[in-house]
Design a binder for this molecule. Structure first.
Ligand SMILES: Cc1cc2nc3c(=O)[nH]c(=O)nc-3n(C[C@H](O)[C@H](O)[C@H](O)COP(=O)(O)OP(=O)(O)OC[C@H]3O[C@@H](n4cnc5c(N)ncnc54)[C@H](O)[C@@H]3O)c2cc1C
Length: 385
């Protein structure tokens, strides 16, 4: 193991270069900060490379209306983010927000979904959220290829999707143009307060993982996905995160027929059909299981019969970054001011907020009141007596 002095001053170090870290880093650099991103990369657990790419608002926020408002805000600002990325990175992220459907395959399922969304939007402050509960005929009028098994659908005009790998690349490319020092394969192992800022220790090198270094930064943003659970206590924060596996199937390309995203099915800008909304709590296992894939495929074919003729070209699983209640954790440390944790399970949906709202707030040194509910202090419940 070698020890090297690789110190470098950064205004802000962002730990983690997934879609959340890349978005924050870009937003911070746009504010004028000198930003270094230290990213595990190279095979480390990473949700950003395996997601479903929805910008999704319907169904978000039952139990925490602030999350519904936060998701809607990001969906609204996504139009600006897509234009910004085109402008600054020269990359078209295939952003499309025509509204999304949740198709239901039985009356009981439609009833359950309709009840859930009614409860969601009856919460304080959400009265102006629009959605529709559609019967089969109306669903078919809007989605002519839908099969006879679809009894109806929930529709929300806010929902959309993107090409998420291009999003990730665009965030990084725009960041590079703004001078972000992105370091792949730099795994952070320690964060210590130092001279009003932080000294961050990492090991680096794809082929020589024993190579150590440190950088000094005025502030530090923990955006390391599941890795935040280990990092947060180093700066007096908590990120009680658990992995939740999701499996995804992709078919061969086919002629465009599905112009709206669905909760579990969408046609990509390149023509393939992505299928997947599984949720499994099975630790860090990333295996693809035929039993889950078979259920997803069967549901997809019952939704659109034409899918039965398509070949599956790929399937994979990835681990969602889940807090105990499923909502984001955004917090600045009380004991270590200047250290922030940012983590969520909808990093695509919230990318616009992360670039345009959260990063400027971190740059200014204070999180906005609108995200106060996302502090991890909500998990500090007094013991039951
Ligand atoms: C199956 C699936 C479907 C999804 N679908 C959607 C969707 O449709 N819409 C949506 O909005 N979101 C979706 N998501 C969630 C979205 O992908 C995540 O919110 C997002 O990827 C989380 O991003 P992240 O950057 O926080 O974490 P990650 O993508 O996991 O990235 C974390 C990064 O931190 C690095 N890291 C970890 N520890 C350290 C360390 N100690 N030092 C340095 N670096 C470290 C890792 O190497 C990694 O690069 C989905 C996720 C999954 C798994």
């Amino acid at each position: 193991m070698t020890s090297t002095a690789q110190r470098k001053e950064a205004d802000i170090a962002v730990i983690g270069g997934g879609v959340v870290g890349a978005a924050l880093a870009l937003g911070l650099a746009r504010c004028g900060a000198v930003v270094t991103v230290l990213d595990g990369g190279d095979g480390a657990l990473c949700a950003s490379g395996g997601n479903f790419a929805l910008i999704w608002v319907q169904s978000k926020g039952l139990g925490m209306p602030e999350y519904a408002l936060w998701s809607r805000r990001s969906a609204q600002d996504w139009h600006g983010l897509a234009a910004l990325l085109q402008d600054e990175a020269g990359i078209d992220v295939a952003h499309s927000q025509p509204g999304g459907f949740t198709p239901c395959l039985s009356e009981a399922e439609l009833e359950k979904r309709a009840t859930a969304i009614q409860r969601l939007y009856r919460q304080p402050g959400l009265a102006d959220f629009r959605y529709e509960v559609l019967d089969h005929a109306e669903t078919r009028r809007r989605l002519p290829d839908i099969s006879k098994h679809v009894v109806g659908a929930i529709y929300s005009p806010l929902d959309g999707h993107v090409n998420s790998l291009r999003l990730w690349r665009a965030l990084r490319a725009a960041g590079a143009r703004r001078g972000i020092d992105y370091r792949a394969s730099h795994v952070v192992g320690s964060i210590r307060p130092r001279d009003g800022g932080f000294r961050i220790g990492f090991h680096s090198g794809f082929h020589r993982p024993g190579h150590w270094g440190e950088i000094d930064a005025g502030r530090v943003v923990l955006a390391a996905g599941l890795g935040n659970a280990r990092l947060a206590p180093m700066v007096g924060l908590a990120a009680p995160l658990q992995p939740r596996k999701g499996q995804i199937i992709v078919t061969e390309k086919t002629a465009a027929f599905l112009h709206h995203p669905m909760a579990s099915l969408r046609q990509t800008d390149e023509g393939g059909i992505m299928i997947g909304d599984s949720q499994e709590d099975c630790g860090f296992d990333t295996g693809v299981g035929q039993s889950v894939i078979a259920v997803m495929a069967e549901r997809a074919v019952r939704t659109f019969a034409r899918l039965a003729a398509l070949h599956v070209v790929r399937s994979w699983s990835a681990l969602r970054v889940m807090s105990p209640d499923g909502f984001p954790i955004y917090q600045q440390s009380h004991s270590h001011p200047g250290a922030f944790v940012v983590t969520c399970h909808s990093g695509v949906t919230l990318a616009a907020n992360h670039v345009l709202t959260l990063a400027p707030a971190i740059f200014a040194g204070q999180l906005p009141e609108s995200v106060a509910r996302f502090s991890a202090r909500r998990f500090d419940v007094p013991p039951h007596v």
